[in-house]
Write a protein that binds this ligand. Structure first.
Ligand code: NAD
Length: 361
């Protein structure tokens, strides 16, 4: 205990837990100095002023992409977004009509600038890859320049560079199907839209990203462990995403002095997640999964998109300049658990200590 206090003693008034759960306070022992802990400022700002950020996968204010846009904006970055053509019209309409006005308000009370929107279909690397039936499809009609190469070129032309690249998109046409029923084309489509898209974006954006730039992609614990209901090859796509992130951390670290990380996010009732399961009027898969998380995660607070937004802003900031190749869980700790404490199998078991169980007030 003495060594513990000496090491941490320079943080006046800090609190610590004893093994039995009793909370103690300790203060700076007179004259104690540490050589490797410096006095903390009262605030530790995430300062992204002067940085240009591109967030791919934003079409409404309910998902993780929007929360990341807000936090990067709040930290001072100039943020633009990539929006999938089939949902571009409705997104632009909602922005124009003022429907999203409340969601533009930052914690300071100021409104963030409406981000510039680039149409982006991340399954196409170049304009030549777009099939004729897609070009003529009414949801793509009148649009050009939505392949990854063209978007990277447009951002270079508009801003001269991109400091922060965020991949916040996923798609799997057969997402409701268990792996035992997924077709080859469904499986490969999930990988194309949800993981190769990240590799392709990094290939094309890295050359326009200055040293110290940062890439971030959004993953899910199903990349590592079985999560029932997360089908269509999406678990495989997320596993690829995380593995590719680690490989790219070396390749773009050495070649471009860039960083790359993933956030393994907990369950959020976004538009994409709501598409998984549940007939009209029925509880959806994501609602069940959120309940599961509240019942079993170490932290019983609801997970908010802003929790991921804040972690993303940190990872993309100079504060994280030595962090690359990391998969950071932002999930109230659920990924650390291997048991479901609310399981019927545990009914009647005496744990030996008390902890709250749902419903949480
Ligand atoms: P979301 O609906 O806000 O975002 C997904 C976006 O992907 C949408 O805007 C959609 O239009 C876009 N998209 C789909 N296909 C595309 C394509 N071919 N090209 C370009 N864009 C395309 O939903 P979200 O849940 O916030 O998803 C954002 C990221 O977070 C995804 O990678 C998702 O897998 C991940 N994630 C979500 C959860 C969750 O519970 N919601 C949990 C962990 C990880």
């Amino acid at each position: 205990m003495k060594i513990f206090c000496t090491l941490l003693g320079c943080i006046t008034g800090a609190k610590a837990f004893l093994a039995g759960g009793e909370r103690i306070s300790f203060s700076n022992p007179k004259g104690a100095r540490s050589t490797n802990v410096r006095a903390l400022d009262s605030t530790l700002p995430i300062d992204l002023r002067g940085k240009v950020a591109f967030v791919a996968g934003v079409a409404d204010s309910a998902g993780y992409g929007w929360a990341i846009v807000k936090h990067l904006s709040e930290a001072g970055a100039e943020v633009c977004v990539g929006t999938w053509p089939p949902v571009l019209g409705i997104f632009e309409k909602n922005l124009k009509s003022g429907k999203l006005d409340d969601d533009l308000v930052l914690s300071s009370g100021e409104k963030m600038a409406v981000p510039k929107i680039y149409p982006l279909d991340a399954v196409y690397d170049t304009a030549d890859d777009v099939p004729d039936d897609v070009k003529s499809n009414k949801r793509y009609a009148g649009l050009t320049g939505y392949s990854i190469t063209e978007v990277a070129d447009a951002i270079k032309a508009d801003y001269g560079r991109c400091d922060i690249l965020v991949h916040s998109l996923a798609n799997a046409p057969e997402v409701k199907a268990p792996l035992m029923q997924v077709s080859r084309s469904g499986y490969l489509a999930a990988a194309s839209a949800s993981s190769y898209s990240m590799v392709s974006m990094v290939q094309r954006f890295a050359p326009i990203m200055p040293n110290g730039g940062s890439v971030l992609a959004l993953s899910f614990v199903a990349a590592e462990r079985f999560v029932p209901g997360y089908g269509g090859g999406m678990s495989s796509a997320k596993a690829q995403l995380e593995s590719d992130m680690r490989v790219l951390s070396f390749e773009i670290g050495r070649q471009y002095q860039l960083r790359i990380n993933t956030i393994s996010a907990g369950a959020l009732k976004s538009r994409a997640a709501s598409a998984i399961g549940g007939a009209k009027g029925e509880k959806t898969y994501i609602e069940y999964y959120i309940d599961h998380s509240l019942a079993n995660a170490p932290l019983t607070q609801p997970l908010e998109a802003d929790d991921v937004g804040a972690a993303a802003a940190f990872l993309c900031s100079p504060l994280a300049k030595a962090i690359t190749g990391v998969n950071l869980y932002v999930d109230n700790g659920l990924a650390a658990t291997a048991s479901s404490v609310d399981s019927r199998a545990f009914e009647g078991y005496k744990w030996g200590y008390d902890f709250p169980m749902p419903p949480y007030e």
